[in-house]
Design a protein around this ligand. Sequence first.
Ligand code: FIX
Ligand code: ZN
Length: 414
Amino acid sequence: MEILSNALLPAVQRVLNATPFIDVHTHLFMPSLGRLGLWGIDELLTYHYLEAELFRSSAVAPEQYFALSKREQADLIWRALFVENEPISEATRGVVAVLHGFGLPVTSPDLKAAREFFASRTLDEHVSQVFELSGIDIAAMTNDPLDLAEAALWKAGAGSDQRFLPVLRLDRVLRDWSEHWGAIRAQGFDVDEHASPASLKGVRRFLDHWIGIMRPVYLACSLPDTFAFPEDSPCGRLLAGAVLPACRDAKLPLSLMIGSRRQINPRLRLAGDGAGRADLRALERLLAGFPDIRFLVSILSRENQHEFCVCARKFANLMPFGCWWFLNNPSVVEEITRERIEMLGASFIPQHSDARVLEQLIYKWRNTRRTLAPILANAYRLLAEDGRAVSEDAIQRDVTRMFRANFTLATGIQ
Ligand code: FIX
Ligand code: ZN
């Protein structure tokens, strides 16, 4: 049945709220990976987004802060950003949304009630409740075969969890070869510091080994704003000579997240990374050179977004996803999502959470639904004005495509 224009927003909200989403990129871990998974109020407050904001609202020096215990850090952040100031930034408001979502006080001078609540939770049921509150049923992880703790857990048999999808993350291979080639050699693979042609075979065996252990749904790497391709560098040679052939043979997509500038302020540690505009010609050459490989791509610079949409119109093997990191703010998400719908229809993945702490899913997906609803409703309003009214089934088809089918088709998962 056709929906009248003044009923479009509630119809879109109904469909968004009723459709479980797939979260295509997170830093969360399935419970069987144990201590790797972050959750609870102290982890929520010491999120690197909030650490960066702390140093703007407190006299504490980063060196002093990082010398504190996790609880002391969380107390300091709570006091500076939530007691002495109103939590009106995106990341601070998110913590309020999580506390409110669990019926916890949001104006306490301390964290006593929140800590007692989270201490009372058992992880596995907490995961399921957080997924339910967030409106997602599946989250893709970020799994690093060169992280010693994580590699040991996978080798011991991490098993599988239908709520989580493994992803083989390759930053240490492609981005930091000089620091990590020795760790690959230590795992028994014949590689050298120059990433010579012989190393390509060793890296290929390394990839096949970990694809067999983790059973990832895609391979992934973040790349700097200076990324170039083709390039006679370890990254360029390994990408063309080992990673992409492995993707082809394993029938797996490659996810590239391009534009992060590592450690522009090292004193802030994980909070010290920044963003830079990338040269998307490198991406174009990858897409044109490997038309049989599917690429899931997110670009960090707002200044790249329009040309990124144009690029997606030229290459059907490019699946744009998310409003990544510094873009995941309503003012920017709205601009990016509107131009994507105008140029790509429903053939993209609007958002991922990038959650590092379990309960962040609650606010990140609440914000996505809140920001997206009027944008989608507006697209259908314009369509009705131009002669075609939309049904709720048609809205459902678009939402299912954007938040599930575009990913399941790209990755081949059911
Ligand atoms: O490379 C990535 O996966 C980035 O998302 C992270 O490195 C970054 O710290 C982050 O969590 C941004 O949201
Ligand atoms: Zn990430």
